[in-house]
Design a protein around this ligand. Structure first.
Ligand code: SAM
Ligand code: SF4
Ligand code: SF4
Length: 359
């Protein structure tokens, strides 16, 4: 029988009433001077894949206690919170999960968020349903999209998603997204030693000159179920060396301060790639991201263990001013910098699963 580990943190959220009175709107800097700029929203904790590094099958089995629908934030609740976050400086919202395209009528949520105006709307998906959904998402107002793809080799890909899902369908999804105008499509590849590092070059070759931006992500110790070991991490520097030997690269400037991916371009002018080095080169110093988990708890770090229950406030009928002040109080006291202090001790600490908190 598989081991059942609940997704949700059982510790109680700090009481909203204990929040010091702070302005319900206005820009916010945390204790390290980092502004609140981005919000990631996990719209479902469920997924049709069982990627070995994220939702391993032996833990996320048939008897896994995913959240019942009533515990999920509704589209109206997410939209109301999005307005409040925007009033505190959030400029960009990424819908994620779990697999966000499993949430029924997600394009309706996209349209509601687009209706707020002035937000950069993006989504991260495993691409399995993208061929069918890309045009509707674009039509609803989605700005950009990121598709996860760990290998072009069908056998390796099927083993990594662990549900025997074929790579061809994800590639079709990527093309449909580009056709629909969600370009440039970003493609995320998590690199795990001994599993798919031999796919670095084939992936680079395939997407070079395509207009899509391939990004290599260091394997992280998110959650507490993936059995992470430092030895399994391929440092981004190694990825860059591997590609540069065959297709010469040069570094380019970030698009904006605080950009997570370090950018490189092919010297021959055929496009760019990115590396996300959360393990070997922590970027906590510039981290402006908050995360709204599937059940409406707010987390200020991917590795946080305490979430703040915004859903309770919504469902208690609290005012926008109350909720806005609570959000401000949470951000003002934020001090997270997990990746800067990662060690054998922190790796062993309990953490919230990525599918619930939003990757
Ligand atoms: N299901 C969607 C997908 O796979 O794109 C969205 C959610 S997923 C949690 C978001 C991103 O997190 C994906 O690009 C995935 O590859 C990445 N991810 C998941 N587990 C990871 C890990 N242990 N280390 C690094 N990245 C990880
Ligand atoms: Fe699902 Fe995405 Fe996690 Fe893979 S990485 S198991 S597709 S949520
Ligand atoms: Fe941001 Fe936390 Fe990641 Fe550091 S460890 S970059 S604070 S999410």
């Amino acid at each position: 029988m598989s081991k059942i580990i609940p997704l949700t943190d059982t510790r109680r959220s700090p009481s909203p009433l204990s929040a010091p009175h702070v302005a319900p709107t206005g820009l916010l800097a945390d204790t390290r001077g980092r502004m609140l700029r981005d919000l990631r929203v996990s719209v479902t904790d469920r997924c049709n894949f069982r990627c070995v590094y994220c939702m391993p099958k032996d833990v996320f089995g048939l008897d896994y206690p995913f959240l019942p629908h009533t515990e999920l934030l509704t589209f109206e609740e997410i939209t109301r919170l999005a307005r409040l976050f925007k009033a505190h400086g959030v400029e960009k919202i990424r819908l994620t999960g779990g697999e966000p395209l499993l949430r029924r009528n997600l394009e309706d949520l996209v349209a509601m968020l687009a209706g707020i105006g002035g937000l950069d709307l993006t989504l991260t998906t495993n691409g399995s349903a993208l061929a069918a959904k890309a045009a509707a998402l674009k039509g609803a107002g989605l700005g950009r999209i990121t598709v996860s793809l760990d290998s072009l080799d069908d056998e390796v890909f099927r083993a990594m998603n662990d549900v025997d899902f074929p790579v061809a369908k994800v590639l079709a999804g990527i093309e449909a997204a580009a056709q629909a105008g969600l370009a440039p499509v970003k493609i995320n590849m998590v690199v795990k030693r001994g599993v798919n590092e031999h796919e670095i070059l084939p992936m680079a070759r395939r997407f070079k000159g395509s207009g899509h931006i391939l990004r290599f992500i260091e394997y992280m110790d998110v959650g507490h179920t993936n059995g992470w070991r430092m030895d399994d991490v391929i440092p981004s520097a190694e990825v860059i060396r591997t590609i540069d030997r065959v297709f010469p690269l040069e570094p380019i400037d970030a698009n904006y301060s605080g950009e997570v991916a370090e950018r490189w371009r092919y010297v021959d002018g055929s496009g760019e790639i990115g590396v996300i080095s959360s393990v070997t080169q922590a970027f906590c110093r510039d981290c402006t991201r908050a995360r709204l988990a599937t059940d409406g708890k707010l987390y200020t770090c991917l590795f946080a263990t305490t979430g703040y229950d915004l859903r309770a406030m919504l469902r208690q009928g609290r005012s926008d001013a109350d909720i806005g002040s609570y959000i401000a109080a949470i951000w003002l006291q934020r001090a997270d910098r997990y990746s800067e202090i990662r060690s054998d001790n922190t790796v062993a600490l309990p953490k919230i699963e990525m599918s619930y908190i939003g990757g």
